[in-house]
Design a protein around this ligand. Structure first.
Ligand code: FE2
Length: 309
């Protein structure tokens, strides 16, 4: 079983209805799908690969070798007790935001990633408009909800991650299983080195590497807004003994001040429905405070925690 691959360019032609339906199915049945012909220039994607790999070599590789996770894994492996690394990931990661300090020592990193982020933000907004339409919501509904009204206050971040070769992949995760907290996630993953898996029907399924595709998945806030129609799904990254997996994930999330609740158009009151079975209304910043503590745990208690506030 492979996750759906959708030709995004068909959205503008004769196959529009079919493509809309494919995206709806990707959101409703999978929570993960891959876009090809998404309109991000190949030339830009090639530059992103180049600068991210150089960035790891020049500015991150040595740090990672000396990191706590590497020491911990080596200690456990020496003990041969079978004990696994539990509270750490075999991942090197930095997050890029518009107004954060960015790496300076890698040639062209800053310019290329700024250009990439601006393209990806536009793609995220197009995908949200498709979701609006597929859910029967007014155009711009999700964007507006994430902005906390009009304007452009949404949180747009980009995580540049590397998963270096791991000598004992059976003892540590590349990234532990979780659902994403936010809205729409757009992942540009390695052409060759896999490892990303999503959970569907109790089975872990590989998110197959497909050169220059953009993998889309939806986070907990889309689940709330859609009143459970588009559920966020569990995913994880497995370590690999060979290859340094590159992964660039961009997040279009609500503003921390935005109030999130199910879209009224999608709420159908059911008889005898328990309060716990409904999605709460909350301020996204409060949700993120809970998520910071509970990222690798089930999401339902997170919804309950913000309901109680
Ligand atoms: Fe994630």
């Amino acid at each position: 079983m492979a996750i759906p691959v959708i030709d995004f360019s068909k959205l503008n032609g004769e196959e529009r209805a079919k493509t809309m339906a494919q995206i709806h199915n990707g959101c409703e049945e999978w929570g993960f799908f891959q876009l090809i012909n998404h309109g991000i220039p190949e030339e830009l994607l090639e530059r992103v690969k180049k600068v991210c790999s150089e960035f790891y070599k020049l500015e991150r590789g040595e740090n990672f070798k000396n990191s706590k996770t590497v020491k911990l894994l080596n200690e456990l492996a020496e003990k041969k007790s079978g004990e696994k690394v539990e509270h750490a990931d075999w991942e090197d990661v930095i997050t890029l935001l518009d107004d954060n300090e960015w790496p300076e020592n890698t040639p062209d990193f800053r310019e290329t990633m700024a250009e990439y982020r601006s393209e990806l933000k536009k793609l995220a907004q197009r995908i949200m408009e498709v979701m609006d339409e597929n859910l029967g919501l007014p155009k711009g509904f999700i964007k507006k909800a994430f902005n906390g009204g009009d304007g452009d206050n949404a949180f747009f971040g980009t995580k540049v991650s590397h998963y270096p070769p791991c000598p004992y992949p059976e003892l540590v995760n590349g990234l532990r299983a979780h659902t994403d907290a936010g809205g729409v996630i757009l992942l540009f993953q390695d052409d060759k080195v896999g490892g990303l898996q999503m959970l569907k029907g109790g089975e872990w399924i590989d998110v197959q590497p497909l050169p220059n595709a953009i993998v889309i998945n939806t986070g907990d806030q889309i689940e709330v807004l859609s009143n459970g129609r588009y559920k966020s799904c569990w995913h994880r990254v497995l370590g690999s003994p060979s290859g340094n997996r590159r992964s660039v994930a961009s997040f279009y999330n609500p503003s921390l001040k935005a109030t999130i609740s199910p879209a009224p158009q999608l709420v159908v009151e059911k008889e005898n429905q328990e309060v716990e079975d409904t999605y709460p209304e909350f301020v996204f910043g409060d949700y993120m405070s809970v998520y910071a503590e509970q990222k690798f745990l089930p999401k339902e208690p997170r919804f309950q925690a913000v309901r109680a506030k």
